[in-house]
Write a protein that binds this ligand. Structure first.
Ligand code: GDD
Ligand code: MN
Length: 373
């Protein structure tokens, strides 16, 4: 079956009832028989009316033939040739099913299908999304996770903290209502994290963790490359902008400012080591960090204004920084009189200068000429 020409699926049950399990696959021919076995057992033991949609990105590894040879009416494989990638495969699968409840899971037997009834029960109790979590109380991962993989996964989770209360927002194992998916707008996932995309774009609030044991893959290899991880940062940035609007510009501006501070200190140290005079080193470090901040702010914090004149923006930015420095100076001196903590006065001065810089940058120098709907 071809994704461009797929007829409405699978379902033996009338539209709006039953469960579809959407499983993205790429080179999973070795896992599929075991997966289907587990799902078959689940079907029999739970009596659930469930069918399976394998969303395969044209693996050409025999998956298609294998699924055909199983002749199970409740298992279908869809071959996708356009718009490849894990998130798009999942989204297509969600849209293709007409059933009331949708479950997404990996094909590689990392996710225990036996947990599905628990997830469905949570939806029955009014949850919009139930997420299989490695990090919830009672959840676990197979032991031989290296330190690096563990750290990687924790940092990725931490970065998503302001977006959701879930303990494992990276999870690829979750149950969601079809009505919730259909309420979503502006889907634009990059990379791997389809759950985060759904939670933000469908504005889900009633979400719950279901602890799971995340097993190691038994056959084939993981497709999570370094490139995918970089895409995660890009995806996060989009989601922050979507959810927080101007606040997200401020956050990015502050992160850029902090990085500029680091650049300034490193440059200063470097030029002093190279034997430059103190005044020269300070001046060069300021210029370098200002260029750095300008470039990053133009590229990230205020990327919506990237097509406008760079010369005008550059001189505007330098002017705003200079005025900001003056604001900082006078604020600090004013407070100097009223507190004995000079560092506190300086800190408030820096904050006032930064605030001025942000307002000037956001609303004057990098103003948006067209207001987005
Ligand atoms: N259709 C399609 N297209 N499927 C894909 C693609 C793709 O480009 N890339 C991967 N998949 C399928 C795999 O076949 C597998 O069934 C599932 O997506 C997950 O891929 P893995 O390669 O097993 O990923 P992982 O184990 O590194 O990542 C898992 O853990 C992450 C959190 O640590 C997944 O559950 C991720 O969703 C999760 O974020
Ligand atoms: Mn895996």
């Amino acid at each position: 079956m071809n994704a461009d020409t797929v007829p409405p699926p699978v379902a033996a049950a009338p539209a709006g009832t039953g469960v579809t399990i959407v499983i993205p696959t790429y080179h999973e021919v070795l896992s599929i028989p075991h997966l289907v076995e587990r799902l078959k057992a689940l079907r029999e033991s739970s009596g659930l009316d469930l069918d399976v949609l394998l969303m395969d990105d044209d693996s050409r590894d025999g998956s298609e033939e294998l699924v055909e040879s199983l002749v199970l009416p409740w298992v279908k494989l869809v071959t996708r040739r356009a718009n490849r990638g894990l998130s798009h495969a999942v989204l297509d699968g969600l849209m293709l099913s007409t059933r009331e409840i949708l479950v997404v899971m990996d094909a590689d037997l990392s996710h225990p299908p036996e947990k599905i009834p628990e997830m469905l029960a949570a939806l029955d109790e009014g949850m919009e999304v139930a997420v299989g979590s490695r990090f919830a109380d009672g959840g676990s991962t197979a032991d031989d996770w290296g330190l690096l993989r563990w750290l990687n996964s924790r940092v990725a989770t931490l970065l998503a903290l302001p977006l959701t209360t879930l303990s494992d927002p990276m999870s690829g194992f979750f149950a969601i209502r079809r009505t919730t998916v259909l309420a979503g707008r502006d889907f634009n996932p990059v990379g791997y994290k389809i759950l985060l995309e759904l939670i933000i774009k469908c504005r889900c609030r009633r979400v719950i963790d279901i602890p799971i044991h995340f097993d190691n893959r038994r056959f084939g290899e993981s497709k999570l490359s370094f490139k995918e991880q970089l895409k995660y940062i890009q995806h996060l940035r989009r989601l922050y902008i979507y959810k927080y609007g101007t606040w997200s510009h401020l956050i990015q501006f502050l992160v850029v400012g902090l990085s500029g501070l680091a650049v300034n200190l490193v440059a200063l140290t470097g030029f002093l080591h190279l034997g430059f005079g103190e005044k020269q080193a300070v001046a060069i470090a300021i210029v370098i960090s200002m260029l750095w901040n300008f470039a990053l702010n133009r590229r990230f914090s205020f990327s919506y204004a990237r097509h406008q004149s760079i010369a005008r923006q550059f001189f505007g930015f330098v002017a705003a920084c200079s005025v900001g420095a003056v604001v900082n100076y006078f604020t600090t001196l004013q407070l100097w009189e009223v507190t004995r903590y000079k560092q506190l006065a300086a800190l408030v001065g820096v904050l006032a200068g930064t605030f001025f810089n942000f307002i000037a940058s956001r609303f004057v120098i990098f103003r948006s000429q067209h207001v987005k709907p």
